[in-house]
Design a protein around this ligand. Structure first.
Ligand SMILES: *[C@@H]1O[C@H](CO)[C@@H](O)[C@H](O)[C@H]1NC(C)=O
Length: 402
């Protein structure tokens, strides 16, 4: 709306400029309509009134568009009125959703029994190991927070390429920036404020890594930088890099069958590391024929895989995902970027009931997220949205304990 208003007041437009301007405005309104239609689908039954209003509005818009080439001033007022109504409709949708939230599909934990492939079978079969394993199952997550809402959004700045990743070490104030979709270095800033004030990436400290990172699946956790390195063939490796001594302390290989995007809308990312209150997780696609996103709990110290799950959240139309308290939130979008939303939730402890997982919509943005990194200390998400660095603050509630 602000954008529209700015365009409206910017004033000095010639007749040829006007034509061009209408086109942009119509496209803008159409894009918002598409996004709204998406949401309306979910609300087929409950929002008959909104639906009628949307149809009215569509009629009004198409009338306005038909009148293109006619009186400019009147057309402008029509479109402006339409945009105001669209805004109101969106707010109404937000309200209706908040009141009577449709549910994200919640998937019960379903352990994948493919552990041989991950080297977890070694030494099993002996009673002691069996017991240890059982214990691990029940203590994988003690945290009881679930996201209630996206409380606020802060657009910090625009730097680097359209795709990238930025994150903050939960144990320090330092900010790390991965620019683009692959590279051999990252940029460090001493704090979010320092990053915000900086002019360009080169004012940060450039850290040259011993190997190339690929995709936006990196993570910074307790003074270590973890990144995904794509080796020869289908090898995917997780590299653990000590930021203090500036050396690699560990490398672990993931025997995926073939290189496949975890999130179909961000094909560069073949595996995505996520840090939460519980430690380090890896989201990945087992192979290109596998429809769902898989989840592995990693030991941040040794890079061992402790357990793996099939989240049953589809990779198709997925844009990014993050983990909060052992619950995976998968964010979906459309190819023509509209509003991102959490549409699939998976809790490793089976504690999130489907009725408490709200369908979360992200506020309107510039394009599409290339990465979303959760910081458990601050309970906020660090997002990279078409070259903009954005922070989303989250409101939490406790999981219902059954
Ligand atoms: C950041 O990445 C973009 C490509 O995605 C590139 O054009 C740009 O030069 C990079 N900036 C820096 C400072 O490396």
């Amino acid at each position: 709306m602000e954008l529209l208003f700015l365009l409206l007041v910017s004033g000095t437009w010639s007749l040829t400029g006007a034509q061009f301007y209408y086109q942009g405005l119509v496209e803008y309104v159409e894009n918002r309509l598409l996004a709204l239609e998406d949401r309306m689908q979910l609300w087929h039954d409950q929002t008959q009134r909104c639906h009628t209003e949307l149809q009215d509005f569509q009629k009004q818009t198409s009338e306005a568009v038909d009148g293109l080439g006619g009186e400019h001033g009147a057309l402008l007022r029509d479109l402006e009125g339409a945009a105001v109504r669209l805004d109101r409709l969106e707010r109404e949708m937000d309200h209706v959703e908040a009141q009577n939230s449709p549910r994200a599909c919640t998937n019960k934990a379903d352990k994948v029994v493919e552990q041989e492939a991950w080297g977890l079978e070694e030494g099993r079969g002996d009673e002691e190991e069996e017991e240890e394993w059982e214990e691990l199952d029940s203590t994988v997550s003690d945290c009881v927070d679930i996201i209630a809402a996206i409380r606020s959004v802060k657009i910090l700045k625009r730097v680097g390429g359209p795709k990238g990743m930025w994150t903050r070490d939960p144990q320090s104030s330092e900010v790390y920036v991965f620019n683009g979709t692959s590279g051999d270095s990252v940029y460090r800033f001493s704090s979010v404020a320092d990053f915000s004030r900086s002019v360009g990436l080169s004012s940060g400290r450039q850290i040259a890594l011993p190997s190339r990172w690929g995709g936006l699946g990196g993570a910074v956790y307790n003074g270590y930088l973890y990144y995904i390195q794509q080796g020869a063939g289908a090898d995917v490796q997780v590299v653990k890099y000590d930021l203090l001594s500036e050396s690699v302390t560990d490398v672990a290989m993931f025997p995926v069958e073939s290189l496949a995007a975890v999130y179909k809308l961000n094909p560069e990312t073949v595996a995505d590391l996520a840090a939460d209150d519980e430690g380090l997780w890896l989201l990945y696609a087992a192979s290109d024929s596998e429809l769902n996103i898989h989840l592995a709990k990693m030991d941040a110290g040794t890079l061992d895989i402790e357990q793996i799950w099939d989240t049953r959240c589809p990779r198709e139309k997925a844009e990014a995902a993050f983990v909060v308290c052992g619950t995976v939130y998968v964010v979906y979008n459309t190819r023509l970027a509209s509003r991102s939303r959490v549409e699939c939730v998976f809790d490793v402890n089976d504690m999130v009931q489907s009725e408490e997982a709200p369908l979360l919509y992200f506020p309107r943005r510039y394009g599409a997220h290339s990465s979303l990194k959760y910081n458990p200390e601050e309970k906020q998400l660090y997002a990279w949205d078409d070259g903009y660095q954005i922070i989303y603050r989250l409101t939490m509630k406790r999981k219902l304990l059954v």
